[in-house]
Design a binder for this molecule. Structure first.
Ligand code: NAP
Length: 266
């Protein structure tokens, strides 16, 4: 049975992908750690849209998670047609505020899990000569960002990896697309233990909804885009940043983050 695999599907952008794609009649395989949330979502979507919705509760920071997920899809007879590498976690604060363990886990989740799942499922797509991979990056991937050091660097990795993979697979009828949301109304800020000052520094106009981000992504897929920046303000910001020297952008971001994070000790 053909299915779409979504990581980080228990909330936020991943859950919005699940709801939208179930309504478009995709069978789904949902991945996250929160088993209860996944189970409820599966029941809700299967009942509402008459599609097959399954889950695997897995921590993608664990080294063998991709193997377990892949083997489980084989056992269940699932052919992954769309792979949405969405699970990710952020950071916001001085580099040394985060312990090394949580930094390494962020790197495993944001980069390693995405690469590993792609490596597992791309061969089937190549064999079928069809497939779609959406990797969720971030506006933070376009520039180094002080006080989001490792997060921004991990999303720069996602960007580089995805663009190169797009070109490698373009002629094989496999679409690989980078989705770059800006600030979005999800649990992201709380999960990253970023202080409430940072989230409330965005006006409600600046925060997109997860549904808006997913709508941008699906439009991008239809138009065969390599990169989709979600939201008009984010698109404008990206254009402006194109013309700003790196050193100026760095010091502007540094200043803005110090003020948003209320870093008065510096
Ligand atoms: N929200 C924003 O402002 C924003 C902006 C730019 C980019 N993004 C990107 O968008 C993506 C989705 O984030 P979101 O905003 O939807 O955040 P979110 O609401 O915090 O959702 C994150 C999802 O990832 C899952 N997850 C976290 N750690 C995991 C782990 N170790 N193993 C498996 N699953 C894990 C979470 O589920 P469990 O806790 O159940 O595991 C949850 O389903 C991320 O890649 C993020 O970097 C977000």
């Amino acid at each position: 049975m053909k299915a779409t695999l979504i990581t980080g599907a228990s909330g936020g952008i991943g859950e919005a992908f699940a709801k939208r794609l179930a309504a478009e009649k995709h069978n789904l395989l949902l991945i996250a750690r929160s088993e209860n949330k996944l189970q409820l979502l599966c029941e809700e979507l299967a009942a509402k849209h008459a599609v097959n919705v399954q889950y695997i509760a897995a921590d993608l920071t664990k080294p063998d998670a991709d193997k377990i997920i892949f083997e489980e899809t084989e056992k269940r007879g699932l052919e992954i047609e769309w792979l949405i590498n969405n699970a990710g976690i952020g950071s916001g604060g001085d580099f040394l505020e985060y312990d090394l363990k949580s930094i390494m886990e962020m790197m495993h989740l944001n980069m390693d899990a995405m690469v590993a799942l792609t490596h597992r499922f791309l061969p089937q797509m190549r064999a079928r000569k069809s497939g779609k991979i959406i990797n969720v990056g971030s506006m933070a991937g376009f520039n180094p960002i002080p006080y989001m050091t490792v997060y921004a660097a991990s999303k720069a990795f996602v960007q580089s990896f995805t663009q190169a993979l797009h070109e490698e697979n373009r002629l094989l009828n496999i679409q690989v697309m980078l989705l770059c949301p800006g600030a979005t109304e999800t649990n992201f800020f709380e999960a990253a233990k970023i202080g409430p000052d940072r989230k409330s520094s965005f006006s409600s106009k600046e925060l997109e909804t997860p549904e808006q981000v997913v709508a941008s992504a699906l439009k991008g897929i239809q138009k065969n885009k390599t990169i989709v920046v979600s939201g008009t303000q984010n698109k404008i910001l990206r254009r402006i940043l194109h013309f700003v020297p790196n050193s100026t952008a760095l010091s502007l971001f540094g200043k803005q983050m110090r003020s948003q994070l209320n870093l008065k000790y510096l």
